[in-house]
Structure formats: C-alpha cells, structure tokens
Design a protein around this ligand. Structure first.
Ligand code: HXC
Length: 517
C-alpha cells in the first residue's frame, strides 16, 4: 500500500511546527533587534545542507503549572551535527522564542544527546546560550538537567574542543556550563553572563550596579577573564567560532589541521631587525614580532583584552599550527602576575590536550612585585605556569628575545621545564635578575661607602651587564640550544617545528596531577 497522504501531511505539519520554534511573530521581534533565531544561528555556522537534527521532536514531560497542556517545539533548543569547513561539528542553540530558552529536563536531554554524540564521534562541540535559565516550572528536574550537562562538559574536556557562544541571557548556575568549556565568545549587546544579577546584588549588598558592570561582554573580556572573544553580533560570534575551529583538531587523538608548505623557505626577514629593542628600559613591540612569524600576518589572539601583559593565540608557520605565548613589555613591563599566569597556564593546557605545538617568546623581567599579588596568591597562580609547561608533552620551542630573568624565565618554559629547543637572540639577557637589582644586592655595602656612589653604581651595572646580561653564559652552560640572528627567526622556527612534529614523550601513568588551583 502506498504511503498514506494523511500520515505524510501530519508529519509535515509537525515538522513545520518544530522548524518554526516560537513562531513568526517572536522571530520577527528578534530580527527587529538585529538578532538571529536559534536555527538561523546554526544554519550560519554549518555548511549548506549538512545539518542533521538530534531530538527534533523532544517534548517536555512536566505536569505542574498546567504545563501538561502546553506544547513547546523542540523544547526550547535546536541541536544536531553538520560540517564546518569540511569537518564535522556538533552544536546546540537555545531558542529564546520558546519559553525563553529555559532549560527543562528534556531540553537538557537534547543537549546531552548532542554531547554524547560529540564524544563518541570525536567532533568539536559548539553551544550557543540564550536562555532564561532553569525552567521554573520544572524545579528540581531542571536542576538535574544542568547537572547532567555539567558532568558531560567535564567528560568532554580534553577529548573534543568545546566552544560556547553567549548570545543572550546566561545567568545563575547556567553560567557554569560555558565556564567548563574551552572558549567563551560573547556578543556585545543582548548577552549577559552572571551568577547573581544587579537585583540580587542590590538586595543582598545594597550596592547598585549596572548589568554591564556585572555581566557584560566587555567586563568579562577585560576584568573577570571569563570571556575569550567579544563579538559585535551573532554573525561575528559565529565567524570567530569558525576561525577558532580552523586551528583545532576535531578531537584529542587527531593532529591539528596543519597545512605544511612543501618546503621550508630559509630566507631572511631583515624587517625583524627593526623590531629588536636592545634598550632594556624601552618596551618592545611583541605583537609586531609575532605577526612577522606567522603566515600572512594571521594571528588569532585569544583573551586579547585580559591580562594584556601576556599575549596568547594561534597562528600557522608555513602551514603548521602553533599556539604562541609571549610576554608583552608594553603592559606592566611584561611581568608575570596572577591573571597572566592563569591565562597562560590555561592556554598551555589547551594546546597540550589537543596536540598543538607551543612556541614561547620570552621578554620577562620577573614576577610583578606587590602586596596585592602576594595576598592574591601569586605563588599559587604563578605555579600554574610551571605546572602547565612541565606537564606539556607537545613540541615546546622557547625563544629568549630579551629579558629572561629569575623564576619568570623558568616559568616561560626554560629548557629545565622541558623545552625541546631554546633559541636566543643576541639581545637575550638570561640572568637571575636585572643588572640594577643585582648590583643593589651584591654591592650594597660598597655603594653605601663609595665617594661617588652614582658613578660607581653605573660602572658596576655596566660590568654586570657585560658579564651576565647576555645569552652567552647560559649557552655555555648548555641551557640555550643556539643563538640566532633575529632576521632568521621565522625560518628557523619553521624548520624546527617540522622536525618536532613527530615528537613523542611518555610520562609515568597516574590518574591526574594536582595543578595548583
Ligand atoms: C520559565 C521562563 C524563564 C524561566 C523566561 N521565561 N525565563 N520560563 N523559566 N527561567 C519565559 C517568560 O515567562 C516568557 O514567557 C519568555 O520566557 C520570555 O521571557 P521575557 O521575560 O518576556 O523576556 P525578557 O523581557 O527578554 O527577559 C528575559 C529574562 C527574564 C531576563 C531572561 O525572562 C528573566 O529574568 N527570567 C527569569 C530568569 C531566572 O530567574 N531564571 C532562573 C534562574 S535559577 P512568555 O510565555 O511570556 O513568552 C537558575 C538555577 C540554575 O537558573 C542552577 C543550575 C545549577
């Protein structure tokens, strides 16, 4: 018997409802505000005709507050898999037009099914948050849904890359799912991310604060460090997602998408010489140096607005994907402090989890001195850098460009922390501390009694600099693999990366280390 037309009609009607979400009127409201619908966001993310839905017909099972009579298409979420630049990605997108995208138990089930799919099939996971939070009507069942999602975020962590986009409200405990993922991209307007909002803060503390101050994208990208990328709007957030994915492997057993050129070009880049700054008191333009090292000046900076004394991000060097960390002497003289240590350590751990070689560009005068730093736990936070670098088994290339002082020199992946290769520019100063500080300590008594203390001090500083503030002593002791001409940095880095790509390093088995948190 041929397919009954009524069955087909019924199916089409149901499908239409699912595709419409909260309906044309609510969709129009979003468009009027310059927002995309949940489904439009996914359609923009995925290549045309590659999206396949997971759990399209899922329905809530709540029987309180008259909910049993209500039908909510897709239960406030769209989820499925598709292709981005030819590689499979799993994604979910909360649908604010359906019950404010609130998370009920079946809504969470749909998310979890996507997460399980991503885990089993080794695909990156992209989650787009736009939700009023726990669905009040579902009470503890909604809470349980969050719990299941958090649990999956942790299971997926380090297995597949997880990227969150905050494109609407994401409040209360809901904020912890994105926080458990690898990267958070947040839109400038329409998005809020907070545990307790202005009203609760006012009620509990009496202090009036704006939504921007508590949960806006700029605050999170510059102060709290919760957000890695700020997007102008929905489209921009999805473009950043695609750009980020272009550097990442699909999962931890894949290599990142290297596109090595057939041969390494060993030419000179004399433009680099102009960026070398040998006056130790002048800042050096590290960002400009980085841009000369990567292909086509393309560098995807991560966390650009947070802890600006450390630059981290992805680039390719003659096609090979690299995670870069670099001290930025234009901010806080490039010191390591609490925030930059957190930023750097997290980035190192991500690169290591996903087989991305690390290149470290060093120009560090030390750890930032100060009571706030000590009381804030710089020891604990700085230790994260040591822990992350020492624990990383991916290829590690360190380039000492200028200041490389004391504990911060070690914390920027010295040879002792497992750097496979350490190159130094002739301008590198590898020393226990800067010349001024060293002279102050070594010659305190002599300077106290000197007739012309300033003159004597200058002589001693010059002597110390000549003797110790160079890479040659460190190279003589075997701590530096080679001293290189700055103009050949890119070609040497490129050749070294190629040679290290098959590096394998085994460590004693254990459940996991105990990173200082
Ligand atoms: C059920 C919800 C909802 C929720 C919104 N809606 N949030 N329904 N549970 N949590 C519904 C609204 O009733 C409305 O339904 C529709 O979604 C759109 O919401 P509006 O309020 O009209 O939109 P807007 O003015 O843009 O305001 C958005 C909002 C606001 C700021 C998100 O809705 C809001 O404050 N919602 C409640 C937020 C909240 O307190 N969530 C619970 C947090 S506790 P109709 O039918 O009118 O269209 C939590 C614990 C998680 O999340 C713990 C995890 C560990």
């Amino acid at each position: 018997m041929p397919l009954d037309a009524k069955i087909l009609e019924n199916f089409k009607e149901r499908r239409k409802k699912v595709l419409e979400g909260g309906g044309a009127e609510k969709a129009k409201k979003r468009h009027d505000k310059g927002l995309m619908t949940a489904r439009e966001r996914l359609m923009y993310l995925f290549q045309q005709d590659t999206f396949q839905e997971i759990g399209a017909y899922i329905k809530h099972k709540c029987t309180s507050f008259g909910m049993e009579k209500e039908d909510y298409p897709g239960d406030g979420i769209v989820s499925g898999t598709g292709y981005v630049d030819g590689r499979q990605v799993t994604a979910f997108s909360q649908d604010f037009t359906v019950l404010g995208g609130s998370l009920g138990n079946m809504h969470a089930r749909r998310m979890v099914q996507g997460m399980d799919y991503a885990l089993k099939n080794g695909t990156p996971l992209v989650g787009i948050a736009d939700s009023g939070g726990a669905r009040i009507q579902e009470g503890v069942d909604a809470l349980s849904g969050y719990g299941e999602v958090f649990y999956r975020n942790v299971i997926l962590s380090g297995v597949v890359p997880q990227i969150s986009i905050i494109a609407g409200p994401c409040a209360g405990g809901a904020a912890y799912s994105p926080a458990l993922t690898d990267y958070i991209i947040m839109t400038k307007s329409n998005a809020q991310l907070f545990i307790t909002g202005p009203q609760v803060i006012k009620a509990v503390t009496g202090r009036e604060v704006s939504m921007e101050e508590v949960g806006g994208a700029i605050m999170h990208a510059t102060v709290s460090g919760n957000v890695h990328f700020v997007a102008e709007d929905d489209r921009h957030a999805l473009d950043i997602t695609k750009q980020l994915l272009s550097y990442l492997p699909s999962n931890n057993s894949d290599d990142p998408p290297h596109r090595p050129t057939p041969a390494v070009s060993m030419g000179e880049d004399t433009g680099m010489d102009k960026l070398v700054e040998s006056d130790p008191s002048a800042p050096m333009n590290m960002r400009a140096i980085l841009l000369r090292l990567v292909d086509n000046n393309e560098f995807l900076e991560v966390h650009a607005g947070f802890a600006k004394n450390m630059i981290v991000g992805f680039g390719r060097v003659e096609g090979v994907v690299v995670g870069f960390l670099a001290n930025n002497s234009m901010e806080k003289a490039g010191c390591l402090d609490i925030d930059s240590s957190d930023k750097g350590a997290r980035f190192i751990r991500f690169c290591n989890a996903f087989n991305i070689p690390i290149t470290t560009l060093v120009d560090v005068p030390g750890f930032l001195p100060g009571i706030e730093q000590e009381r804030g736990g710089i020891i604990r936070h700085g230790a994260k850098m040591l822990f992350a670098y020492s624990g990383a088994t991916v290829p590690k290339i360190t380039m000492l460009l200028r200041k490389s002082y004391g504990g911060a020199y070690l914390a920027m992946c010295s040879q002792d922390l497992g750097a496979d290769v350490v190159y130094a520019w002739p301008t590198a100063e590898v020393a226990v501390m800067g010349a001024d500080g060293a002279v102050n300590i070594l010659y305190r008594n002599e300077l106290k009694n000197a007739e012309d203390a300033a003159k004597r001090r200058a002589e001693l500083v010059a002597e110390y600099r000549a003797e110790f503030a160079s890479p040659y002593l460190a190279a003589a002791r075997g701590y530096v693999t080679d001293i290189i001409d700055p103009s050949r940095t890119r070609s040497i880095l490129s050749m070294t990366l190629r040679k290290l790509l098959n590096k394998r390093e085994l460590r004693p088995p254990k459940k996991h280390g105990n990173i200082p948190l």
